[in-house]
Design a protein around this ligand. Structure first.
Ligand code: GNR
Ligand code: NI
Length: 165
């Protein structure tokens, strides 16, 4: 296993739309093992392949307190079940370190995805998991949580991160 480098906003690689996984092989298993190790090493609760510069539709999530319930989602698709129901949540991102903003997202969704074996799965998540799934799907589409806030706030965050380097 290996810890991979996490790209930081405003790296343009974070804007690349990821491609579907077609082959479920050992290489994919190595990638998801590395993604889990990388996510756990920085106490994250989610990580999309895009964040380590791999433009494939894979994300790992673990919202359990013990950090022992990894969820690996491949080619994820989200269906909004009730577009009138939304919820606010203070979101952060490993690619936007140190910044948190309140983001409103649909609270009633269904997730359709494939597991590591390539089997089709479906869940109806609740609470925090709902937020993280949509946050990770955004990454796979080249979007970041700061795209949901004002341009003024986004530019301030970008300038602060660029200065830190
Ligand atoms: O670790 C993370 N915390 C978090 C908090 C609120 C909403 C979403 C997240 S995901 C984030 C890890 C990350 O950047 N995943 O892409
Ligand atoms: Ni993120």
């Amino acid at each position: 296993m290996a810890i991979r480098k996490i790209l930081k906003f405003p790296d343009q690689d974070l804007r690349t739309k990821a491609e579907n996984i077609a082959v479920f092989d050992d290489e994919l298993k190595v990638l998801t093992d590395d993604m889990l190790e990388t996510m756990y090493s920085v106490n994250g609760i989610g990580l999309a392949a895009t964040q380590i510069g791999i433009h494939k539709r894979v994300a790992v999530i673990d919202i359990s307190p013990e950090k022992n319930e990894p969820l690996i989602i491949i080619n994820p698709e989200v269906e909004i079940l009730d577009a009138t129901k939304k919820e606010d949540y203070d979101e952060g991102c490993l690619s936007v370190p140190g910044f948190f903003e309140t983001i409103s997202r649909p609270s009633e969704i269904k997730l359709i995805y494939k597991n590591l074996e390539g089997s089709q799965k479906e869940i109806k998540p609740e609470g925090l998991l709902t937020k993280v799934i949509q946050h990770e799907l955004d990454h796979l589409n080249g979007r970041l949580f700061v795209d949901h806030i004002s341009q003024l706030k986004r530019r301030r965050i970008r300038n602060k991160i660029v200065k830190q380097k």
